[in-house]
Design a binder for this molecule. Structure first.
Ligand SMILES: N[C@@H](CCC(=O)N[C@@H](CSCO)C(=O)NCC(=O)O)C(=O)O
Ligand SMILES: [Zn+2]
Ligand SMILES: [Zn+2]
Length: 189
């Protein structure tokens, strides 16, 4: 049987709605779920094969997007959250009980500083922008996928409309490089 990429990919990408103005992310706990309010539409949504992003059970990829951290507000059961890895760039706040990553701000100096990574599938509402590309595809091998399967998985991603990359998309990689060049002085600020 074919591997599960992610429910939001396997059943066809969800549709963006111009009416979507944000919503509430809810973890998987049946009792006392963590709730996080997000204002506005998500940006740069993508599938991610890295070992650090939260994935639903059985999925090879996460679906993860960014929003300005100023637009993130924990509104219920904040005490259940803990930071998965305090040394990581993305400070992923996970529910201790169910494990879902609810938001991951980038706080240190970095091109993504001020943004938070979130998993839009946890929105109670529909209308969030679907993923637009697949990042860190080779990283699924780090999680135990046979390297020989990667070609087929890359083809399935491409067929689903998600160009597969082994880092972020070219646009985001260019953005990071330009920020770095301006910081070092290689390009004028
Ligand atoms: N091969 C590693 C890659 C991990 C990685 O660098 N992940 C990226 C993308 S996460 C969402 O796009 C990243 O920026 N990580 C920063 C962080 O995790 O703090 C692996 O698979 O573990
Ligand atoms: Zn939970
Ligand atoms: Zn990731």
């Amino acid at each position: 049987m074919a591997e599960k990429l992610h429910p939001s990919i396997d059943k066809g990408l969800p549709k963006k709605s111009a009416r979507f103005k944000g919503g509430t992310l809810v973890c998987q706990c049946v009792n006392n779920p963590v709730e996080v309010e997000i204002a506005g539409q998500v940006l740069h949504n993508h599938a991610c094969g890295c070992t650090k992003c939260w994935k639903p059970a059985g999925a090879l990829f996460s679906v993860v997007a960014v929003v300005p951290t100023d637009n993130v507000k924990v509104t219920a059961n904040k005490s259940k959250l803990k930071v998965v890895d305090k040394k990581a760039l993305i400070q992923r706040h996970a529910c201790r009980a169910c494990g879902v990553h609810m938001y991951g701000p980038v706080e240190r100096e970095h091109p993504f500083q001020g943004l938070s990574f979130i998993h839009p599938e946890r929105f109670q509402e529909s209308g969030w922008a679907p993923p637009g590309f697949a990042a860190f595809v080779s990283s699924i091998i780090e999680a135990g996928v046979q390297p020989a399967k990667k070609k087929g998985i890359r083809n399935r991603l491409a067929k689903a409309g998600l160009a597969p990359y082994d880092c972020l998309s070219p646009g985001l990689m260019d953005y990071i490089a330009e920020w770095t060049a301006k910081k070092s002085g290689a390009l004028p600020a």
